[in-house]
Design a protein around this ligand. Structure first.
Ligand SMILES: Nc1ncnc2c1ncn2[C@@H]1O[C@H](COP(=O)(O)OP(=O)(O)OP(=O)(O)O)[C@@H](O)[C@H]1O
Ligand SMILES: [Mg+2]
Length: 173
């Protein structure tokens, strides 16, 4: 096990965003910190803002947000920025066999950053050091985003995220 994967007590933080722009900004503040090997699992409501958040992550990696669209036929989109970004969306997959056939594990090799929408549909286990973000729809314009993880890398990222966000967004925990 490498040091990133050192198991700790769960760390988490929860923010409210009241517009798409704020979700993108939050994604950018998160994305700025990411490096090769980081894995981000997005889960939660349909229309919760996973794709908009990913556009923010891309911005933080110096990738134009307009390039970021949900992967449809390929299920994986690849963008080049400060680091390579693999954007996976498992929503349209019908069954586990179909997912298995895609050899998705290959994307977890540490080359580039991986963001996975509908990560709860991933077959098997994601690596322990994955950073989880749960998005909930609060009302038409408001989303709740909970960042969590139980490993050193998640602790680093969440700690730095709190510093970056400061009081710019409502923090719930
Ligand atoms: N605060 C907000 N943050 C993000 N999106 C918002 C917010 N308020 C309203 N929205 C709207 O919610 C929708 C979010 O869409 P988005 O495609 O990002 O969600 P998603 O979680 O990727 O959906 P899917 O489950 O279909 O992949 C958009 O229509 C957007 O305009
Ligand atoms: Mg989406």
């Amino acid at each position: 096990m490498n040091s990133r994967a050192l198991r700790l007590k769960e760390v988490s933080v929860k923010y409210l965003t009241t517009s798409v722009e704020k979700t993108v900004w939050l994604g950018q503040q998160f994305g700025i910190q990411l490096i090769d090997g980081d894995i981000v699992a997005l889960v939660g409501d349909l229309g919760g803002g996973k794709t908009w958040f990913t556009k923010g992550v891309a911005t933080g990696l110096e990738i134009g947000p307009d390039y970021v669209v949900s992967p449809t036929f390929t299920l994986v989109n690849e963008y080049k920025g400060r680091h390579q970004l693999f954007h996976i969306d498992l929503y349209r997959l019908k069954n586990k066999a179909e997912i298995m056939a895609l050899d998705l594990e290959d994307y977890l090799s540490g080359e580039g950053i991986v963001v996975i929408e509908w990560a709860d549909r991933w077959p098997g286990e994601l690596p322990e050091e994955t950073i989880q973000i749960e998005l909930k729809m609060v009302d038409e314009h408001t989303r709740e985003l909970r960042f969590s993880g139980s490993h050193l890398r998640a602790k680093e990222i969440i700690g730095a995220l709190k510093e970056r966000i400061g009081s710019s967004l409502t923090q719930l925990s």
